[in-house]
Design a protein around this ligand. Structure first.
Ligand code: NAP
Ligand code: GLV
Length: 326
């Protein structure tokens, strides 16, 4: 029977299912990720691994893992591993698409509302004793209802955000790799190229994967193209935004605010300039963090592993090894 490495304790029934199938589990203890040397050592003895987005698995680690047959990411994103490098070594890489879209869209829309209506900032002020009276001028922000939302990357999460925005009667623009006429008609979306979207949007929300094409997609030129006072929401990956340019756009007052679930690096050091802006909200990469969704993600990862260990194709591959290891 196989040896499965879990880089963290995962919720739900995933571990039970793997054990019920007769596999031996090795689970990294504690909340912090295994340091690279420990990750490499565990991969070297494993047939399969459930990995998190923060577990960077290098080609060198794969070279030193002769039995490894599958890296099952407990995430939809897979920028922590090179799928082609894994495929070249006969190793499957899988992800957890779809199952986390609604939960992550909830967070993205929550961040948008919180940034617009200054919820975190005013809570912080209230706790510090700042609430003296009802004020006609305190904590004013833009309306969300009726405003223009720009969605960059209209995939599972981007679409789920658009559905939420419809309830707020927002005008919805999107920019994506491919146009989606059916969704345009269904959700009343307007396609724009990136510059057009940035120029017209009161709120911009990012939902692309991190790839060589999307790295620093939102750079200094993009901030300059944005509507003055616009608010940026990023629940995709920190590196899709040029963070130095973001700091400058906040410092100059060009950007009205930013709400970030993802940063570069993660965690963001407490002395980072982003923490000095009252109009910035930072959450610790919790997009998919509902109890039910995280359990389902782990169970999907386990299902992918069980398929590969039983000699079947996994249900959620992001690569396709020519000669899968057996
Ligand atoms: P998805 O369904 O694959 O959607 C991604 C969308 O981005 C697709 O529609 C895609 O292209 C578009 N895209 C890809 N490259 C692009 C480019 N160069 N320019 C413009 N658009 C591009 O993925 P998803 O489930 O929505 O997730 C999106 C990302 O969110 C993940 O990759 C992950 O990094 C991040 N995420 C974060 C959290 C969190 O906890 N904060 C949780 C889940 C996911 P098409 O237009 O061709 O369809
Ligand atoms: C989380 O960041 C994911 O990609 O699922």
């Amino acid at each position: 029977m196989a040896r499965v490495f879990l880089t963290r304790t995962v919720p739900g029934t995933a571990a039970d299912r793997l054990e019920a199938a007769g596999h031996t589990l090795e689970t990294w203890p504690g909340e912090l990720p295994p340091p690279p040397a420990d990750l490499a050592a565990a991969l070297a003895r494993a047939d399969a691994v459930i990995a998190m987005v923060v577990d960077r698995i290098t080609p060198e680690m794969l070279d030193a893992a002769p039995r490894l047959r599958i890296v099952a990411n407990m995430a939809v994103g897979y920028d922590n591993i090179d799928p082609a490098a894994a495929a070249a070594r006969g190793i499957w890489v899988t992800n957890t698409p779809g199952v986390l879209a609604e939960t992550t869209a909830d967070l993205a829309f929550g961040l948008l509302l919180a940034a617009a209506r200054r919820i975190v900032e005013s809570d912080r002020d209230t706790r510090a004793g700042g609430w003296k009276t009802w004020s006609p001028t305190a904590f004013l922000g833009p309306d969300v209802f009726g405003a223009t939302l720009g969605i960059i990357g209209l995939g599972e999460i981007g679409e789920a955000v658009a559905r939420r925005a419809r309830g707020f009667k927002m005008r919805i623009l999107y920019s994506s790799r491919t146009r989606k006429p059916a969704l345009e008609a269904d959700l009343n979306l307007e396609y724009r190229d990136l510059r057009g979207l940035l120029a017209e949007s009161d709120f911009v929300t990012i939902h692309t994967p991190l790839t060589p094409e999307t790295r620093h997609l939102i750079d200094a030129a993009a901030f300059a193209a944005m509507k003055p006072g616009a608010i940026l929401v990023n629940t995709a990956r920190g590196q899709v935004v040029d963070q130095d340019a973001l700091v400058e756009a906040l410092r100059s007052g060009r950007l009205g605010g930013a709400a970030l679930d993802v940063t570069t690096p993660e965690p963001l050091p407490l002395d980072h300039p982003l923490f000095t802006f009252p109009n910035v909200i930072i959450t610790p990469h919790i997009g998919s963090a509902s109890r039910a969704t995280r359990a389902r993600m782990a169970e999907m990862a386990a299902a992918n592993i069980l398929a590969v260990l039983e000699g079947r194709e996994p249900p959620n591959p992001v690569n396709r090894p020519q000669n899968p290891r057996s």
